[in-house]
Design a protein around this ligand. Structure first.
Ligand code: ADP
Ligand code: MG
Length: 465
């Protein structure tokens, strides 16, 4: 059955429910209890939840069923209810199906889709929102061509490389989304090389039964794929056994004209601890780079991604030129700078004048200084809220911890260059929880004066206000 929500909502439905209950419920609600459930995607018109244990599953059914169902329907009338299972096998959030309408390339007739293998696609990566510039034009055009016509010998494998934050994953996932939408009978697998490494190593670990299961999983996922996309393969340096497995996979894919797409942070020849045979396989197809941001691409991305911000009209052009001249080498950093401007405009009600932007640029230049580390943010946030900083990374869910935890996640995202995954691991949470927490705290900062006052106090203490 077709899913009824957008991908972003998939990530946030349970968090939305907690927000709505917090605002609207007249009856006492035990939030610590509800926060212990994990949102696990959508099945048909049902929200899937994972309960930490049987006790809480039963308790939810007997005490909160009606309230949860009514609130879910308030969030989206198409929701029929929820299904709860017990945490064990897979605690990761699934993104079961994707909203693919945005992909701008021509459609092929659809056949039934038998296997979906895209558990970790970010909801906002598509060709549609990839901004073209000198530094990425070839990579973008090649990626689109391969997505339309995979398996072409001269482009198999496609080896995409470039420094961090330049859009490799964005392009890989755009290809995966496009392929998933248009080659619906193919088994398309997108994985980070770290997952590949884990799946490969799992085949040698544990009991006989566990090994058997891991071997079957590996074979089903990788060997039986029709199109394989592996991100960040530089992770496989020094991993000889896994390199050997990848070599076999690449040979088998090429033999059967099945497309492989690889990406890494360096040219094949620049590996020092990768097998020679593998390096020669990487070079067998097409090698394409994404280069460091140039001025005009920086300007283009800036204008596009900051289009919702308002600058004094007479200064706008100078402001854009000022930002585009900053020594920002990758898009992730540029996005970080735009988020800072947005936070200042929306939350702190600052006017984004040229003077202000210049001072913000000055502060940003100090971002990497040792004083503004995630740890520093966590400690300052915890002490402003009067809680122990170590508890922010604990699994404890009560309200007195969840607010400072969300605040610290938000500040880490805004004022450091850490990725969502890294922030998640600092707090022992997955990236979807980080996204949901940041969204929820931003919403609250817009309406809750005492909370935004707290945010200011923390920023002052961190010298980022
Ligand atoms: P990499 O995998 O090379 O480290 P990512 O693909 O994760 O980089 O990109 C980092 C961030 O920059 C992402 O949010 C991505 O959407 C964005 N980004 C990178 N290049 C572009 C581009 N050309 N247009 C729009 N967004 C981009
Ligand atoms: Mg990446």
């Amino acid at each position: 059955m077709e899913n009824i929500f957008s991908v972003l909502d998939h990530v946030n439905v349970w968090q939305n429910l907690l927000d709505v209950l917090e605002k609207e419920s007249d009856n006492p609600v035990d939030f610590a209890f509800l926060e212990a459930f994990q949102f696990a995607g959508i099945e048909g018109s049902f929200v899937k939840l994972i309960a930490p244990d049987h006790f809480r599953q039963n308790w939810l059914e007997s005490h909160y069923k009606a309230l949860v169902e009514t609130t879910l329907r308030k969030i989206d009338p198409a929701i029929e209810g929820y299904k709860v299972s017990i945490a064990n096998v897979d605690r990761k959030i699934e993104i079961p199906q994707l909203n693919l309408q945005a992909v701008p390339l021509p459609k092929k007739p659809k056949v039934s889709h038998t296997k979906k293998e895209l558990p970790s696609l970010y909801c906002h990566y598509s060709f549609d929102n990839f901004i073209q510039g000198h530094c990425n034009e070839v990579a973008l055009k090649t990626s689109m061509a391969i997505a339309q016509n995979p398996g072409e010998k001269s482009m198999n494998p496609l080896y995409l490389y470039g420094s961090t934050g330049l859009g490799k994953t964005h392009l890989m996932q755009s290809m995966a989304r496009y392929l998933l939408a248009h080659r619906t009978s193919d088994h398309i697998v997108y994985r980070n090389a770290e997952q590949f490494l884990n799946d490969a190593v799992a085949r040698y670990k544990g009991s006989f039964e566990e090994k058997k299961k891991a071997i079957a999983h590996y074979s089903e996922t990788y060997e039986k794929a029709d199109i394989l996309l592996l991100d960040d393969i530089h992770i496989l340096e020094k991993k000889e056994h896994t390199q050997e497995l990848l070599l076999h996979l690449l040979d088998s894919f090429r033999l059967h004209h099945k497309q492989v797409i690889l990406c890494s942070d360096r040219k094949p020849a620049e590996f020092s601890q990768m097998s020679e045979k593998l390096i020669s396989r990487f070079e067998e197809g097409l090698t394409v780079s994404i280069d460091a941001l140039d001025y005009s691409t920086r300007l283009e991305i800036l204008k596009n991604k900051a289009s919702d911000l308002s600058f004094p009209k007479e200064e706008e052009e100078s402001i854009f030129r000022c930002i585009a001249s900053l020594p920002i080498s990758n898009v992730r950093e540029l996005e970080g700078f735009i988020s800072k401007m947005r936070a200042n405009q929306e939350l702190m009600k600052k006017t984004l004048s040229l003077d202000f932007i210049q001072s913000l640029a000055h502060i940003s230049a100090n971002i990497e200084s040792p004083s503004l580390t995630p740890q520093h943010i966590i400690e300052t946030t915890a002490s402003t809220f009067g809680v122990d900083s170590s508890l922010l990374s604990s699994k404890k869910q009560n309200q007195s911890l969840s607010l400072p935890r969300k605040m610290a996640m938000y500040l880490c995202r805004e004022y450091t260059s850490e990725t969502l995954q890294n922030i998640g691991s600092l707090f022992n949470r997955d990236y979807a929880t980080v996204i949901a927490s940041i969204k929820s705290i931003k919403k609250e900062l817009g309406t809750n004066n005492s909370l935004s006052q707290k945010a200011n106090e923390i920023k002052e203490a961190l010298r980022i206000s």
